[in-house]
Ligand binder design. Structure first.
Ligand code: NAD
Ligand code: ZN
Ligand code: ZN
Length: 361
């Protein structure tokens, strides 16, 4: 029997989101219904509402979630009723050219539920990143459910489903930060702070946080940054060089997604160092750099999609580190809110007041 639940729907570009009745079908082959317990508010949800991702309105928002598997389709064997799971947007196919080459973290054909959730009048909903978890229940592909230790709180665990994983993975997976490296992170929101935490876990010796907001710099320091630079008042390239013997950092992570901060990352990096772009730019942005500098400085210029994570490998491992007290996920939960407070949470995110607001269901 299809179930009726409450969900946060964006009906049209720029219109405030509203809680509406959502119809969740029974899971078919390869699908699961998850009872959502917590879902973080990510910048990408706001991008969807603003029409910045695509025009497939109406959207069912929410995608940084944890919950319990409530129903599975007939052939599903890898998750079972009662499993505590984090929802991921990288359910790998096992068959595309990336998967076949043993690089499933780049899977080019990731899975989502085949059936659609709808409004009460039958209008099909587009779930954000194929998840749609600002709802009491959601329908996903079974592969989007990654089982983790249920001792973790849903609010903390859910954050690994997007932004925190993207940041930690940008440092560890994409940037390859290692013991003794010097690292700079430009933009210390939820994603950049997670990169700080990831670089610290990986053994970075010097960890420089750069932002234009002193509140964000204070948080970055509490999460392990050894130095902070307010780039609104200080030239961040010179500051990073000064802090690294005049050379620049081994790895610089750009977590804003703008040409000027990318250029800062490029020049704040030591010769043969690595730049990681994890911030998401908009279509009209352009980057200009002297090609001779691109050549002459050597090293690697990389982008990080979802922190190059493999959910089945990374989520359980990071939850274990969290439960051992080595990864403070709770520090990212600025506030917990109800389903009907998502619109207000967007405003607070926009003003920079929070790292993450988390909807508790
Ligand atoms: N690559 C991925 O898979 C992935 C996943 C999730 C989010 N993201 C992207 O990561 C970026 C950051 O997301 P977030 O949730 O942390 O956002 P956020 O709004 O919480 O944080 C952005 C931070 O950048 C700072 N900032 C803004 N302009 C700056 C400037 N000129 N110089 C220095 N700092 C500046 C802000 O003060 C803020 O602290 C966004 O572009 C988001 O879309 C990427
Ligand atoms: Zn694949
Ligand atoms: Zn997200």
């Amino acid at each position: 029997m299809p179930q009726h639940v409450h969900g946060v729907v964006a009906r049209a570009k720029g219109e405030p989101v509203r809680v509406e009745t959502v119809v969740v079908p029974d899971p078919g082959p390869g699908e699961a219904v998850v009872r959502v317990q917590a879902c973080g508010v990510c910048h990408t949800d706001l991008h969807y509402r603003e029409g910045g991702i695509n025009d497939d309105f109406p959207f069912l928002l929410g995608h940084e979630a944890a919950g319990v598997v409530e129903q599975v389709g007939p052939d599903v064997t890898d998750v079972a009723l009662g499993d505590f799971v984090i929802l991921n947007w990288r359910a790998v196919c096992g068959r595309c050219r990336a998967c076949r080459r043993g690089r499933p973290q780049y899977c080019f054909d990731t899975r989502n539920a085949r059936q659609r959730m709808t409004l009460i009048d039958g209008t099909e909903l587009s779930p954000a990143l194929g998840i749609g978890a600002f709802a009491e229940k959601t329908l996903v592909a079974a592969g989007q459910c990654t089982k983790v230790d249920p001792a973790a709180s849903p609010a903390a665990a859910g954050l690994l489903g997007c932004g925190v994983m993207a940041g930690i993975g940008a440092a560890i997976n994409t940037g390859g930060v290692g013991r003794g490296d010097t690292v700079a992170v430009i933009g210390c929101g939820g994603v950049g702070d997670a990169a700080v935490v990831g670089a610290r876990l990986a053994g970075a010796a010097k960890l420089i946080a750069v932002d234009i907001d002193d509140r964000k710099l204070a948080t970055a320091r509490s999460l392990g940054a050894t130095h902070t630079v307010n780039s609104g008042t200080t030239d961040p390239v010179e500051a990073v060089r000064d802090l690294t013997g005049g050379f620049g950092a081994d790895v610089v992570i750009e977590a804003v997604g703008r040409p000027e901060t990318y250029r800062q990352a490029f020049y704040a990096r030591d010769l043969a160092g690595t730049v990681v772009l994890v911030g998401v730019p908009t279509p009209e942005m352009r980057l200009e750099l002297p090609l001779l500098d691109v050549f002459g400085r050597g090293g690697a210029l990389k982008s990080s999609w979802y922190g190059d994570c493999l959910p089945s490998r990374d989520f359980p491992m990071l939850i274990d580190l969290h439960l051992q007290g080595r990864l403070d996920l709770d520090a990212f939960v600025s506030e917990t809110i109800a389903l009907d407070e998502v619109e207000d949470a967007f405003a607070r995110m926009h003003k920079g007041d929070v790292l993450r607001s988390v909807v508790i269901l």
